[in-house]
Design a protein around this ligand. Structure first.
Ligand code: MIC
Ligand code: SF4
Length: 640
């Protein structure tokens, strides 16, 4: 049987398990990345494992999410990250150098390698042919300790690209098109592997835009082949030696095929408040726009921003539209500066921000009340921008720049010629000297911690029977932004679980924390696709700190499910989805935890005597972890 590239990489890295879709496999991990908002916890956990040095081929710690440094917490975290990286052999990327995924693509990602990152958009590196997956911080800590990363063997979907992008259609429209078709849970358990004659028409940054936002499909990851265009990109980045060819066999088999004719795509936009509510831009003509934000790990490459500059050149943005631009890396800024492309953006009235996530995670740049904001980002969940009633639309850089000039949605048919599609210049300036490389031996490095960095707590084992109350009942598609909001104030508490726990579900129900504190143990009842979105393990760790012992839902998102397991929370699935209606917030629940077996069914009883059947999709290993009170306990007991 001919092999696809996903299978080829998995086969090379397989440590345990069989490659049958759905079976648990253990993968050797070559590279890891962390970012500041999830990184402090990941390195505290790595320290708790007790090794002297990371065991990976390459590990990088980026600081890009919270660089506002309002008060001591943030800078304390950054200093901890710098010193802990030096101590254990991790490369450190200082605040402002760039967004982790953009920097990793430019500087470190390699075709054929495995990468896990404590950020859900780690699949960006799939654009260069890495098998790159988002994970919780603890999973990344264990990978740095040389442990295999456990996932369920994904199905592989071939996305067969034909034709070529035309007019104002961009790579972003490829992934928006897929999201509109498949929805935010359409990718669960799958890898999207791009293939077909249309692949070669896309540059590596365009491919990376597509694999980046594959995260919004709920996919395990997305990947492109490594071909001559990949080689060209790596050689321009001064890394031709990192190239290897990685193509599917001519007779490669896939679990499913989806065809996309690139020539037929038009500019698309995702409407509030989900990335899958996709419509053509033309359908919104006439809607006034208060803000445009261009950047984020999806669309902050040199080609995105050069296109933006060319669209804005010589024009003036209306004063009623605020335009913010955050480049993906200092390398991008240097290239734009070298070609005098910053001036047209400034002259048009746009604001240049630091090379960070910025408005994407609500770090400033919040829209006006009920404001319409067109963003080149990947998520438009309600409230994520920092303005609860803002209306966030997601589009490509060219669409956002063009709409910024109009101050309202217009039909792309009226936009005239688009600027030429941008290729990297032959000479790309390096910023490699800005990374802090670790010494050969970090023994003498002192790790500096501020008062915001609170040591990890030890969790108890799963009780034989969970006697709990339903602390909260929520609906479908609950995101980790609902569970733990982002923004500068709350993200500054990522290294302090007791403090950040005060904000759990704060945006959904302000009473939640007070209520669960009054209970011995709590359960969260949810609908479909519970925990979609970010990889922040705090969305499992902090609820566990507050006493959540189980979530009972219709279905779960992959990374959040893994985080629940890592912190000893039972992820239970309703056997009959209609039982969701039979259980109310505040109901007592008795769960016979010790009777739970992998894939088995048990009966929960409610306070009013109703029986509700729940099952699970846990492996024996995962169940063992939960019973031990979480992965760190399980690893400690395996080591003793
Ligand atoms: C996000 O885009 O939601 C984030 C912020 O990058 C998160 C990580 C985090 O919450 O720290 C993610 O995508 O994993
Ligand atoms: Fe940063 Fe936004 Fe990308 Fe998350 S999605 S890594 S917040 S730019």
């Amino acid at each position: 049987m001919g092999k696809n590239i996903t299978r080829k990489i998995i086969e090379r890295h397989l440590k345990s398990g069989s490659m049958e879709p759905g079976a648990e496999i253990g993968l050797e991990i070559d590279q890891t990345l962390t970012q500041d908002a999830t990184g402090t916890m990941a390195y505290l956990q790595f320290e708790a494992i007790g090794l002297d040095r990371v065991k990976t081929e390459l590990s990088v710690s980026y600081v890009d999410h919270n660089t506002l440094q309002m008060g001591f917490r943030n800078p304390d975290d950054h200093r901890y990250l710098r010193t802990v990286a030096q101590r254990y052999g991790v490369i450190f990327s200082p605040p402002g150098t760039g967004i982790c995924h953009q920097l990793h693509l430019e500087n470190f990602a390699r075709p054929g390698r495995t990468l896990i990152g404590s950020d859900s958009h780690t699949p960006t590196a799939g654009g260069i042919g890495s098998l790159a997956m988002g994970a919780g911080g603890l999973s990344v800590a264990l990978a740095m300790a040389g442990e295999p990363y456990a996932i369920s063997m994904p199905k592989v979907v071939k996305v067969n690209l034909t034709g070529k992008l035309t007019g104002w259609a961009a790579a972003k429209d490829v992934i928006l098109h897929l999201l509109g078709k498949l929805t935010v849970k359409g990718g669960v358990g799958k890898v999207f592997e791009y293939a077909g004659p249309g692949v070669e028409s896309l540059s590596v940054p365009e491919r990376a835009c597509i694999t980046n936002m594959g995260a919004e499909l709920g996919a395990t990851t997305s990947i492109f082949p490594s071909d001559e265009r990949t080689r060209d990109f790596l050689s321009k980045m001064g890394r031709e030696d990192d190239w290897e060819e990685l193509l599917p066999d001519a007779d490669a088999e896939y679990d499913k095929v989806i065809d996309i004719d690139l020539s037929a795509l038009e500019p698309l936009v995702a409407q509030p408040h989900m990335p899958d509510l996709v419509v053509p831009v033309r359908e919104l003509a006439g809607l006034k726009i208060d803000q445009c934000a261009i950047g984020s790990c999806t669309n902050s490459s040199y080609s995105d921003l050069k296109t933006t500059a060319l669209v804005l050149d010589g024009k003036r943005i209306p004063a009623s539209t605020d335009v913010l631009i955050s480049p993906g890396s200092k390398q991008v800024v240097k290239m734009l500066a070298a070609e005098n492309l910053i001036e047209p953006m400034l002259d048009a009235g746009a604001r240049m921000l630091e090379c960070t996530c910025g408005p994407c995670i609500g770090m400033g740049g919040s829209p006006v009340s009920a404001g319409v904001s067109v963003r080149t980002f990947n998520r438009n969940f309600e409230g994520r921008s920092g303005t609860q009633d803002a209306q966030i639309y997601l589009a490509s850089a060219e669409t956002a720049a063009r709409l910024a000039l109009e101050g309202q949605f217009t039909d792309p048919a009226t936009w005239g010629e688009r600027p030429e599609r941008i290729e990297l210049p032959d000479e790309v300036p390096s910023i490699r000297h800005l990374f802090v490389f670790p010494p050969e031996n970090g023994d003498g490095v002192e790790i500096l911690r501020g008062p915001n960095i609170v040591p990890l707590e030890k969790f108890d084992k799963l009780p034989v029977t969970i006697e709990a109350q339903v602390a909260l009942k929520v609906g479908d598609n609950i995101t980790t932004d609902h569970i733990l909001p982002a923004g500068p104030q709350i993200t500054a508490l990522r290294s302090n679980i007791p403090a950040i726990s005060e904000h759990i579900f704060g945006r959904v129900d302000e009473e939640f924390v007070g209520r669960i504190r009054g209970m011995d143990q709590g359960v969260v009842l949810g609908g479909e696709n519970y925990g979609q979105g970010s990889s922040r393990e705090h969305a499992a760790l902090a609820p566990r700190h507050l006493g959540v012992r189980a979530v009972v839902v219709k279905s779960l998102a992959r990374i959040h499910r893994a985080n629940l397991v890592n912190f000893g929370i039972l992820p239970l699935l309703l056997v009959n989805p209609e039982d969701y209606d039979a259980v109310a917030q505040g109901d007592g629940l008795t769960i016979p935890a010790s009777e739970i077996t992998p894939g088995g069914t048990v009966t929960m009883r409610t306070g009013s005597g109703k029986s509700v059947e729940v099952t699970n999709d846990l492996t024996a290993n995962e169940l063992e972890i939960i019973k031990s009170g979480g992965l760190l306990n399980a690893v400690r007991s395996r080591q003793s």
